[in-house]
Design a protein around this ligand. Structure first.
Ligand SMILES: Cc1cc2nc3c(=O)[nH]c(=O)nc-3n(C[C@H](O)[C@H](O)[C@H](O)COP(=O)(O)OP(=O)(O)OC[C@H]3O[C@@H](n4cnc5c(N)ncnc54)[C@H](O)[C@@H]3O)c2cc1C
Length: 138
């Protein structure tokens, strides 16, 4: 049997998310967490502000993410509901002609390999745009 508990550390969980957890038989603890306890770097217990403990052997966590710079906003690049810059997937060009982005700023898949690939695609598209501007290609 899988023994998984979801902890939101004091953050309110949306009703659809709570319902999904319930459907899968995963208990939800919403109290703030005050400490992780263990020995030699191995987790044994989660301590909650409510004064209760939860014995655990492992933990997966999500840090969330947000853009550190508001440059894309100032340039008026179109953004999606998550705040990611919307790009043309073929060229990585944004809604503002001549502005290209790569990496987490587009909030597509947040991986180093994807950021590198998007950078390469953007570079190729920028080079092509210059060649087109200078009459070297269609
Ligand atoms: C905890 C964690 C674990 C991860 N683990 C993995 C993993 O195992 N494998 C994997 O592939 N990916 C992993 N990622 C995702 C990966 O780190 C990112 O997808 C990748 O770094 C994106 O590259 P980027 O260049 O878009 O952004 P970043 O690497 O975040 O680079 C942005 C840079 O811009 C700088 N900056 C921000 N604002 C300004 C400003 N105003 N002026 C000047 N500079 C500025 C920042 O200091 C930073 O150096 C992880 C991310 C996190 C947070």
């Amino acid at each position: 049997m899988v023994d998984v508990v979801a902890c939101s550390d004091g953050i309110k969980v949306s009703r659809p998310a709570a319902r999904r957890l319930e459907r899968h038989g995963i208990p939800l603890r919403t109290e703030p967490i005050v400490a992780f306890e263990g020995t030699d770097g191995v987790l044994s217990k989660i301590r909650f502000e409510s004064g209760t403990d939860l014995d655990r052997e492992g933990l997966f966590f999500s840090t969330g993410c947000q853009q550190a710079s508001d440059l894309s906003q100032r340039l008026r690049c179109k953004r999606d509901e998550k705040g990611g810059v919307v790009t043309d997937p073929a060229t990585e060009e944004t809604s503002v002609p001549g502005v290209y982005v790569a990496g987490d700023v587009s909030r597509d898949v947040l991986l180093v390999a994807v950021a590198i690939a998007e950078g390469a695609k953007a570079a190729a598209a920028i080079n092509k745009a210059f060649l087109r501007r200078d009459g070297f290609c269609e």
